[in-house]
Design a protein around this ligand. Structure first.
Ligand SMILES: [Zn+2]
Ligand SMILES: [Zn+2]
Length: 369
């Protein structure tokens, strides 16, 4: 097995913490689904594969509609059979179509196209089996190997690769992937990762009085039917299932963070359920200046309030986006300003549900106090 780690291919860090996942029922196979040149499979083209990974990650980080935190796949396999580490084992993928499907299987993508390179080379099939085995051994993946199109309307992973999946996902010499838990992993299909909201942990295995409070609120709201006992102070699969009922009732179905209906709380749904966010609230040592109004923040336009806004971003360390010379305070509201504001919003539970990068009164107050 040839594995290239994130550091070795030059991955950018994720935009925010990736969701931990204890186990999955299996692995879903994907393809790039765009034009991939046949020349990529040439023996001397392997030196370009790491660069292709960086491009793939960049295209996900800059995706116009999906708010991806990182490359969506757990691993990517090149035509030469090398595995490139994506999100890696024990991280929830973003590629399978919706949050339930993302919690159920890992995602491995082949550098294969819907035109150009459409036939997987033998080395790639070996690499895919290596990737499946790796996720079984390091990420507690179950024995299932399926295609993206299983249970989700998509052409992915293409007819040729899907045929291979249906044929048992074996090596060119006929050997099956090794390892993997027998049958269905208990709890697979149910999201088993934790999140931290306002300093408190939620999700499978999390403990505390705040967990009981969530359970009671679910029961009060009519979302308690999965409890056989409880609710209690330790988060179980029943809590996840009930919370999912509540999220679905709120209209959550998407794959974007904070629109997940996978039964793990996000700050927006939790606030909605409890009427407040329990836990540590940041101390307010200073009072923010009055909000100048949304009209102060127009892309490309200048306003003195933008300089104040920049001061807050710099003090709080949200300066990742800049023109190459570092982020400096100025009166123009640029796309860099907007992206830095969006980073701050995403990192702030009360704002994360609407991280559009345009300051409203609450963003203003929290950033400048
Ligand atoms: Zn796919
Ligand atoms: Zn390669």
């Amino acid at each position: 097995m040839k594995l290239v780690t994130r550091a070795a291919w030059g991955a950018r860090p994720p935009r925010y913490d990736l969701a931990y996942i204890a186990s999955t029922g299996g692995v879903k196979i994907h393809y790039e689904g765009t034009y991939v040149p046949k020349s990529l499979a040439a023996a001397d083209a392997h030196s370009t594969c790491a660069g292709r990974m960086r491009d793939l990650q960049a295209s996900h980080l800059n995706h116009p509609t999906e708010d991806y935190s990182d490359i969506a796949y757990n691993a990517v396999v090149c035509p030469h059979g090398t595995i490139y580490e994506g999100r890696g084992p024990h991280r929830k993928t973003g590629a399978n179509g919706n949050s339930t499907l993302n919690a159920r299987d890992y995602a491995v993508c082949a550098m294969l196209g819907n035109s150009g390179l459409v036939v997987p080379p033998d080395a790639m099939l070996d690499g895919l089996v290596d990737a499946v085995t790796w996720l079984r051994n390091k990420g507690a993946a179950g024995k299932r190997v399926a295609g993206h199109r299983d249970g989700h309307p998509t052409a992915c992973p293409g007819d040729r690769l899907y045929e291979w999946v249906r044929g048992g996902a074996v090596r060119p010499d006929g050997e099956s992937p090794q390892g993997g838990t027998e049958g269905e992993v208990p709890g697979s299909g149910i999201a088993r990762y934790q999140v931290t909201i306002n300093g408190l942990r939620y999700g499978y295995g999390a403990k505390g009085a705040h967990i009981t409070a969530v359970g009671k609120a679910l029961v009060d709201g009519g979302f308690g039917r999965h409890y056989k006992v409880g609710p209690g102070p330790e988060w179980t699969d029943a809590d996840t299932r009930n919370y999912q009922l509540f999220q679905l009732a709120m209209g959550y179905t998407g794959t974007a963070p904070h629109e997940d209906a996978d039964g793990v709380p996000g700050p927006v749904s939790l606030q909605q359920l409890l009427g407040k966010l329990p836990g540590k609230t940041p101390e307010r040592t200073t009072t923010a200046p009055p909000f100048p109004g949304r009209s102060a923040f127009v892309l490309g336009k200048t306003n003195p309030a933008v300089t104040q806004l920049d001061g807050g971003l710099i003090r709080k360390g949200f300066t990742r986006h800049h023109d190459g010379n570092g982020y400096q305070a100025g009166s123009r509201f640029t796309t860099f300003t907007r992206k830095n504001v969006a980073d701050f919003q995403r990192a702030t539970p009360a704002l994360a549900g609407d991280a559009d990068g345009y300051p409203g009164p609450l963003t203003w107050r929290l950033l400048l106090s």
